[in-house]
Design a protein around this ligand. Structure first.
Ligand SMILES: [Zn+2]
Ligand SMILES: [Zn+2]
Length: 347
């Protein structure tokens, strides 16, 4: 099969013919229908994710059709179309039993700890515990975001911040996960402010229904957010993983505000200096979050099926496998609005 392989950090992926994967016991092999290009892939590509050992096929935000089934799998058969969360939990440990699959100590993460979905096929382990049926009404390129960005946003809003209708939600970073947070936050009845330094992304957020946007390149963003909200947002989402936006998110909250760190701090950003006086005096709550347990899929799919949220405007570029390298390199600078999804694996 064809796969785009990361051989050397920060270099174009190598398009190679590699052996077709075979399913391990409990696992399946999928023909990949669509795979998003996510900022986390850029962390792997740039060498700032310590889990990645080269060579590696990137790609963790995908959906596909089952083409082979391993021994012991009971829920899935050849021909089923499925969505996979990027964290493949074991389904059996104490954390998994308690519903906390994202903290499973035995988890595997395609594109980081094993080969991912920048390929015609992918082997997916622990299929019964992780996979969800892809609804016929959802196109693969839109469903791909249910592997990472939309689900991460959903977990942050409903599993961590417990956002309530009518609350102010501020999102720092208008990329894929930030826009997912905007769309889902609106669907949950929040009033949403998007902050970025790229006016094109802010205009895009406005078109997608943001109640307000703030350009942090031209003003003091926390001050602007406090002004718009009459004292600060109830919930702040950091969607970049860098110090300046983490600090600004904290400073944008009202008293008793809740912040969720979605952006993955990597490289120089693993250590940050934070305004702990703001946290103390505001009596803030700060949550980390990563991925979504697969049992939350029905709630999100039901919201989409009911028409309360339309994720399709997020996908602004469908690309071929050979174009993925350029999308990864583009994360070095301001990226164009919306996300890129690989749908053509033959070119
Ligand atoms: Zn991702
Ligand atoms: Zn587990």
């Amino acid at each position: 099969m064809r796969a785009a392989r990361l051989i050397t950090y920060r270099q174009p992926l190598e398009l190679a013919n590699v052996p077709d994967p075979t399913p391990e016991p409990g696992g399946v092999v999928l023909r990949v229908l669509a795979c998003g290009v996510c900022r986390s892939d850029w962390h792997a590509w740039s060498g700032s994710d310590p889990d990645v050992v080269l060579p590696m096929t990137p790609g963790h935000e995908y959906c596909g059709e089952v083409v082979a089934v391993g021994a012991g799998v009971t829920r899935w058969a050849v021909g089923d179309r499925v969505i996979a969360p990027f964290i493949l939990a074991c389904g059996r440990c104490g954390d998994c039993s308690a519903g906390n699959q994202t903290t499973c100590a035995s988890q595997v993460v395609p594109g980081f700890t094993c080969d991912g979905a920048y390929a015609e096929m992918i082997a997916v382990s622990h299929a019964d515990a992780n996979l969800t049926a892809l609804p016929d009404t959802l196109s693969p390129e839109i469903a791909a975001s249910l592997g990472c960005r939309a689900t991460t946003a959903w977990q942050a809003l409903v599993g961590r911040a417990m956002i309530q209708p009518g609350e102010w939600l501020v999102v720092f970073g208008g990329g894929g996960v930030g826009i997912s947070t905007l769309l889902l936050g609106r669907a949950l009845g929040a009033r949403v402010i998007v902050v970025d330094i790229d006016q094109a992304k802010l205009d895009y957020a406005t078109r997608l229904g943001a109640d307000a946007v703030v350009n942090a390149a031209t003003c003091d963003a926390p001050e602007a957010v406090r002004e718009i909200t009459g004292g600060g947002a109830h919930v702040g989402i950091e969607a970049l993983g860098v110090e300046v936006t983490t600090v600004a998110t904290m400073k944008s909250l009202r008293k008793l505000g809740r912040m969720v760190q979605i952006g993955m701090p990597a490289g120089d950003h693993t250590q940050m200096t934070l305004p702990m006086d703001v946290l103390y005096s505001g009596q803030l709550s700060v949550h980390g979050t990563r991925g979504m347990p697969s049992w939350r899929y029905p709630s999100l799919l039901n919201l989409i099926a009911g028409g309360q949220v339309d994720l399709s405007p997020m996908v602004t570029r469908t690309i071929s496998l050979s174009q993925a390298s350029a999308e990864l390199a583009a994360f070095d600078g301001p990226t164009p609005p919306g996300v890129a999804v690989i749908t053509d694996f033959a070119n």
